[in-house]
Design a protein around this ligand. Structure first.
Ligand SMILES: [Zn+2]
Length: 277
């Protein structure tokens, strides 16, 4: 372990978490979680790992700030506003943090790096699909039944949202390819594993939509006559009731399953590919 690298990582993480907090991208708890996660990724990982994290963080925060006004109407449907809290930070980045620690323990293995990138590819795919899909003029359809639902409904998908998910996954995989931190792998193998990351990142966002459409806890505000992820109270201040899904499967769990499924698929895919490499 390199103490000076950890100190630089800690300082950089503190600067970024504080800036994000001041720009209202994170609340206080989210700021602390980002600081700890950033210190692990920058301090124990290094430049390539930091780059993947920053691409996710900057593009997703950027998109939500950029389109804030235009998606105000759909925004209130989500459990939380655009200020992320500690649970949201950990749901999106916790697994990636664990992958960095796995890399420290197993420095010669490519699996932690592939799982790390896949987790952020999925988180980015999901965030891009949510931020850009909401702007779509045609209404989304529920992923498992095809029923037309209003913009912002959990489990609702559209062609524009899926294209945004693919693009979000692709940009993380591209950074993964160009900044590959581990040596001893041919360029063609790196390319194949990066393509695998594009695919599993996209699949992670599909898992997210499937869970959002089926078992995620979705609530109903009887006063506004609106579907919402908010509980126990809606944005209007009235109590919401469970409409479908399981109460304990919150949006944060759905995001964790999104990044988790991508990481697991990436590990399985890498093991299969390395058999034929
Ligand atoms: Zn209401």
């Amino acid at each position: 372990m390199d103490i000076s690298k950890i100190m630089i990582g800690l300082a950089l993480a503190a600067f970024i978490a504080y800036t994000a907090f001041r720009l209202n991208a994170l609340n206080q708890g989210g700021g602390w979680a980002a600081f700890i996660l950033g210190t692990v990724v920058f301090g124990l990982g290094g430049f390539a790992w930091a780059l993947v994290l920053m691409v996710f963080f900057l593009t997703s925060s950027g998109l939500s700030i950029l389109f804030k006004k235009r998606k105000m109407a759909a925004e209130e449907k989500y459990a939380k506003g655009s200020r992320r809290d500690e649970r949201q930070v950990l749901a999106n980045g916790g697994l990636a943090g664990a992958a960095v620690i796995a890399h420290v323990l197993l420095p010669a293995s490519i699996l932690p790096w592939v799982a790390f990138s896949a987790a952020f590819a999925a988180a980015n795919a999901d965030t891009w699909a949510t931020e850009l899909g909401v702007l779509n003029r045609t209404s989304p359809r529920l992923i498992h039944t095809g029923r037309i639902v209003s913009a912002g409904t959990s489990g609702g998908v559209s062609l524009a949202g899926m294209l945004a998910a693919a693009a979000g996954s692709l940009i993380v995989a591209a950074i993964t390819y160009f900044s590959w931190p581990l040596t001893g792998l041919a360029g063609s193998d790196r390319l194949m594993l990066s393509l695998l990351i594009v695919v599993v990142g996209f699949l992670g966002s599909i898992v997210d939509s499937l869970i959002g459409a089926t078992i995620q806890g979705i609530y109903w505000c009887p006063v506004c006559n609106k579907e919402t992820e908010k509980f126990p109270l809606h944005a209007c201040g009235n109590a919401t009731t469970l409409l479908r899904g399981k109460r304990w499967i919150t949006n944060d769990w759905v995001n964790l399953m999104c990044t988790g499924s991508a990481a697991v698929l990436a590990i399985i895919g890498t093991l299969l590919i390395s058999k034929i490499m």
